[in-house]
Design a protein around this ligand. Structure first.
Ligand SMILES: NC(=O)c1ccc[n+]([C@@H]2O[C@H](COP(=O)([O-])OP(=O)(O)OC[C@H]3O[C@@H](n4cnc5c(N)ncnc54)[C@H](OP(=O)(O)O)[C@@H]3O)[C@@H](O)[C@H]2O)c1
Length: 279
């Protein structure tokens, strides 16, 4: 009988959906987070990436693990290496949540984590996701509420991906061996400008939401006003460079390769989250 699947970052945007997708597939699952938040009837385990004493209990009975770093963490290397090492030492397969573009120079720390995983010798799958559509009812929700999305994207386009598609891709990677050793770039089905995305969000929310392009310094200042730490704000501003240069506009068929179906459109995302967007 197959072992359990441990999902880390279990109560986060993607983790919840990974657990739901795994439960639907009939897997036995463990949900790991510091607070031990219950998710999708999973067995709850208290887990802290920074506290190795929490690893043993979390990994008991597990043969696959989904590693998702929390958003806003700037040192994924220090955070993730210890658990990746501990899982590999037990022969556990790891599916790692990474970031699109790290194969180039967009995000060297995330690439370092990927390389570390690849060299452990354990089975692995790497999922590199593009910007989540879910950011609009997550980290950009305050701006959406104020009716203005102010980001330094210029007229760059992004193939926003629904977190449910990221999660269902991860669940497929966790439950089949066909994808082992591979890297997947997960994107939505079409690349939209922030202006086009704002128009779709307006329709779903039932009130005007506009896109206002800003420069990096203005963006960092706005995030500071919203209480976001300066180093994370600067990291996000740097990531928008790849949007301005067109690298976030890539559209792949990797969701379909993993799940057998096409990714959700941005319209579907907006319709399904209309209540949160309209609040
Ligand atoms: N947002 C995007 O557009 C985007 C695009 C591509 C890739 N990504 C990647 O996706 C990941 C973020 O996924 P997400 O949005 O689902 O994350 P999230 O919502 O920020 O998830 C937070 C989760 O991590 C747990 N957590 C926080 N600190 C922890 C710690 N020290 N030890 C153990 N668990 C901890 C939280 O629960 P507790 O607080 O109870 O511990 C919660 O379950 C990041 O790695 C990011 O690079 C994001």
């Amino acid at each position: 009988m197959a072992g359990k699947v441990l999902v880390l970052g279990a109560s986060g945007t993607v983790g919840i959906e990974v657990l739901r997708a795994l439960v639907k597939k009939g897997e036995r699952v463990k949900a790991g987070s510091r607070r031990g938040t219950p998710v999708a009837d999973a067995e709850v385990v208290m887990f802290d990436y920074r506290d190795c004493s929490t690893y043993g209990h979390a990994l008991d009975g597990v043969d696959r693990i989904c590693v998702i770093a929390p958003e806003g963490h700037l040192d994924p290397v220090a955070l993730l290496k210890p658990i990746i090492q501990a899982a590999a030492a037990r022969g556990i397969k790891t599916v790692l949540m990474s970031v699109i573009g790290v194969g180039g120079d967009d995000d060297p720390p995330h690439r370092e984590v990927e390389l570390f995983l690849e060299k452990t010798g354990a089975q692995f799958v790497i999922i590199r996701a593009n910007w989540f559509a879910d950011n609009f009812h997550g980290q950009w929700l305050e701006s959406v509420r104020h009716g203005t999305i102010a980001v330094p994207a210029a007229d760059g386009r992004t193939s926003f991906i629904d977190a449910r598609d990221v999660a269902e891709g991860a669940a497929s990677a966790l439950t089949g061996d066909a994808f082992n050793g591979q890297v997947f770039d997960l994107t939505g089905p079409e690349a939209l400008s922030y202006g086009e995305a704002a128009a779709i969000l307006s329709q779903a929310a039932g009130r005007p939401i506009v896109y206002t392009p800003v420069d990096d310094e203005t963006f960092i200042g706005l995030l500071a006003d919203a209480g976001i730490p300066g180093d994370y704000a600067r990291y996000l501003a740097r990531r928008f460079q790849s949007v301005r240069e067109g690298r976030a506009a890539i559209v792949t068929d990797d969701v379909e390769r993993l799940t057998g179906r096409k990714p959700r459109t941005f319209e579907t995302y907006a319709r399904d989250h209309a209540t949160a967007l309209a609040a």
